[in-house]
Design a protein around this ligand. Sequence first.
Ligand SMILES: C[S@@+](CC[C@H](N)C(=O)[O-])C[C@H]1O[C@@H](n2cnc3c(N)ncnc32)[C@H](O)[C@@H]1O
Length: 396
Amino acid sequence: MPADVAHTLESTLIGLADGQADEVAARLRELGPDRCATALLGELSSRALLFPEPAGKTAVRATLRLGAETLEYEVVLGGGSAEVRPGPAPDALAGFTQDLVELLRAVYGAPGRHDATFAPRVADPERPVMDPADPVITQRAAAVTALHQLSGALSRPERSLNELAVRFESDKWGGHWYTPHYDRYFAPLRNSPVTLLEIGIGGYDAPDQGGASLRMWKHYFPRGTVHGLDIYEKHGIAEPRVLPLRGDQGDPEYLAKLAADIGPFDIVIDDGSHLNHHVLISFQALFPHVKPGGLYVIEDTQTAYWPGWGGDATDLNAPRTSMGMVKGLLDGLNHQERPAGENSDLSYTDRNISGVHVHHNLVVIEKAVNAEQGAPSWVPRDVDPESWYTGPARDE
Ligand SMILES: C[S@@+](CC[C@H](N)C(=O)[O-])C[C@H]1O[C@@H](n2cnc3c(N)ncnc32)[C@H](O)[C@@H]1O
């Protein structure tokens, strides 16, 4: 697995963003101000595409300052794409100046109050404009829209997960009704620098197809690193913070190496083959590499009932099916309540699962040390249910 998959410039910048201003500036100089500025403008532009665009391709001039150094870029927006080009943009009607350290904070820092060095500017026409049909009016309007795209993205509005699912054409909303559940569990992690792995990129054997959900996660977690795993080669869907890997979710040795290279994970989502034995292998291999406080999600558990997929519609507790395995986790969750002697041989999942949430075809497993003590020993375990809590007998 290439080292750049485990550690990218973006992940370095995310780790740096909340540091002291002078230390951050020194580190940006070490990393190369131009590389960092290009990466940050690229990230900002990708977020800008979620805003209304100008009618045609429109250039914005970005002037970034790092101490006495000035860096100039042309950001071209419109037509559903964004491009960052080095050098000044002499023809751009709109532009902005910003401190590079502050741009880093605004893009990848924890949300909150930041410096306010962003200075937008729209050029005034060089001659009087008397005719409403003068093209300079349309050009200026396009420049203002393009500038709004960038300044809007800089303010980091939180789009709903449903909105992002629709924007990136993920079937996690519409085809399935998963996104409201995801939002409920993932919202507390939204502004954390999460490491997410989703098994199953989509698009099957086409190297540049798929990745809808990975792009959705990228924009849901603005400081996140999103890895996708697929049995097929998927290099064509790679973009900053979206990193495809090729491998088999049914191969525990491969998964152990993957986890050692890019884990531990805040979130793992299994949306791969949905074959029951693959779901079990992946869970056993990867759940130990989920961080405490993290989540492991299994999608499309309907296959637990489909014999052709290794499921079973008659033996509903069969431990070889995904739902049979999930049901087995439930008694482990309450292991403290079993007689003391039965707790001597606890499994990894008994000790490390703090919650199991089951929805239609979707299971969310919460990871945390499960050492909460059981009910006190003086509470009698053997009671007569006929007389317990019925109160003292009364004479009629
Ligand atoms: C349902 S699609 C994933 C869709 C994607 N997660 C999304 O929401 O946009 C399932 C993917 O799993 C991949 N897959 C199938 N078997 C696999 C395996 N053994 N290991 C890894 N990926 C596998 C397929 O190639 C396919 O691209």
